[in-house]
Design a protein around this ligand. Structure first.
Ligand SMILES: NC(=O)c1ccc[n+]([C@@H]2O[C@H](COP(=O)([O-])OP(=O)(O)OC[C@H]3O[C@@H](n4cnc5c(N)ncnc54)[C@H](O)[C@@H]3O)[C@@H](O)[C@H]2O)c1
Length: 449
């Protein structure tokens, strides 16, 4: 049977309207698809319906509003709405506990979907899952409907590869991987993405191959960053600038591109790189394959918050101060630049260690939800950079959001302590900025610089 015929306007349901589902739904609506976003979280759905976007993602709130205003996008908790669409996209969370996938959200989404599945529909799984999940978990659950996968309904795994902070641009431009359960499913999924987003399609032979592609990418990223972090530790000891080393090393052609060492930082957080490598590790172990690089990379990346705290303590000591009694202004507590996402943020261990060492910590993050910050960090965030910086012995930049570029540290020099050090965990200032700051009485220390 052909899934997703060529007739009429395409309609889609996005199940799971989180960090991934919301931008997918918004971009599909932008491309003229009639989209219904379904989520089990009534607060999230009510917020979206009131044009309140819970995610600090550049351009997303506006695009969601455009979709809702045009009538092409609607949001609901009502699963019955999936019955009326051509394509159902599943983008629910797939966390990991230890090394084991928590598939409760995926299972319950599939169970609800099975009750409404129609002949001819195409189901696309976007959530990141261990190899084999589409075939071994999703197929049997959806076949509870009485329909047969690949015969009565199409099924493909198309991993989501966006990164927060660039989600819309990446969704509109990144090639889409398609791993169909059968040839017809793969063809229908490719047709859907070509017809809607119009990007390049990369076909994989099977869902298992596509599932592994996603995990291989995040394994590579986490591993590459671990190498960058260790290189930074070495450069710090050598007193050379790690960014100079990386940008020069990256000019060397290798394979189909160049050497491409990523950037060191205060640590790796977020909901993907902290868990996806463990999915790979576990998938390998379940097949009697021992992977050694994963544990090593995770350990290195997890060491970076402690390393950053050590830098802060060392810098304070240079002017005879100790962490207890010092004031530390933390700029940015999200897990990386230009997002408000606090999941597994390395800022949390940094702030916790500093407070345990007796420091007074003021945190400022204009993108993170203040209520969430308060809950996670057990402190009330300040509302302006000025408040954070007042009397600060150290300014710790843990996430560098674009709007921080408006902070004029030189103009605020009299506000901070006479000896004030900027510890740069993620701003990557050019040398000229560092020299400018030093000329105006700031000390500067970066990760590996
Ligand atoms: N966040 C990222 O940058 C990113 C990037 C690529 C891939 N991914 C993957 O995409 C998936 C989703 O990640 P996310 O960050 O959007 O997670 P998220 O937690 O932000 O969103 C998941 C949403 O699914 C909803 N949900 C849970 N169970 C449901 C159910 N049974 N029916 C309907 N809705 C349900 C939740 O309420 C939540 O709103 C994960 O597998 C993740 O690994 C995430």
């Amino acid at each position: 049977m052909e899934f997703l015929s060529d007739q009429g306007n395409t309609s889609a349901a996005v199940i799971g309207m989180g960090y991934v589902g919301s931008p997918i739904a918004a971009v599909l609506a932008e491309q003229g698809v009639n989209v219904v976003g379904i989520d089990v979280d009534p607060e999230l759905v009510a917020g979206l319906a009131r044009r309140r976007c819970a995610f600090s993602e550049p351009g997303l709130a506006e695009l969601l509003c455009d979709g809702l205003d045009s009538g092409r996008l609607s949001v609901s908790t009502d699963y019955d709405l999936v019955a009326g669409v051509d394509v159902v996209i599943i983008s629910v969370g797939t966390p990991v506990r230890g090394t084991e996938l928590v598939d409760d959200y995926l299972r319950s989404a599939c169970a609800e979907l099975a009750k409404r599945l129609r002949r001819g529909q195409l189901v696309i799984l976007k959530s990141t899952v261990p190899p084999g999940t589409t075939r071994d978990v999703v197929v049997p659950l959806l076949e509870e409907s009485g329909l047969v996968a690949g015969k009565d309904f199409g099924l493909a795994f198309c991993p989501e590869r966006l990164s927060e902070g660039h989600a819309l641009r990446e969704l509109r431009t990144f090639p889409i991987i398609v791993g169909g359960l059968c040839r017809e499913s793969a063809a229908a999924a490719a047709r859907f993405w070509r017809r809607t987003i119009g990007v390049e399609i990369i076909s994989c032979e099977s869902p298992e191959s596509a599932e592994t592609v996603k995990l291989a990418s995040n394994w590579w990223i986490d591993h590459n960053i671990a190498m960058a972090n260790e290189l930074a530790k070495l450069c710090g000891a050598l007193d050379v600038d790690v960014l100079e080393v990386i940008s020069a090393a990256n000019t060397m052609p290798k394979g189909s591109g160049n050497v491409n060492i990523l950037l060191p930082s205060v640590g790796v957080g977020g909901s993907c790189l902290t868990k996806d490598p463990w999915m790979v590790w576990r998938a390998a172990r379940d097949r009697d394959v021992q992977l050694n690089t994963i544990g090593a990379a995770r350990e290195v990346n997890d060491s970076m918050p402690g390393y950053t705290v050590d830098l802060i303590v060392e810098e304070l000591a240079k002017s005879g101060r100790r962490p207890d009694g010092a004031k530390i202004a933390v700029l940015g507590v999200a897990f990386k630049n230009n997002t408000g996402d606090l999941r597994a943020t390395p800022a949390l261990p940094v702030v916790t260690m500093l407070r345990e060492a007796g420091a007074e910590v003021a945190v400022f993050d204009p993108l993170a939800d203040p209520g969430e910050v308060k809950k996670l960090f057990d402190l009330v965030p300040v509302q302006t950079a000025r408040e954070a910086l007042a009397g600060a012995d150290c300014i710790a930049v843990l996430a560098w959001h674009d709007e921080f570029t408006e902070i004029d540290f030189v103009a605020l020099r009299d506000l901070v302590a006479p000896a004030c050090v900027i510890v740069d965990g993620r701003a990557y200032y050019p040398r000229s900025t560092i020299e400018h700051l030093r000329r105006h009485g700031y000390a500067y220390r970066g990760i590996g610089r």
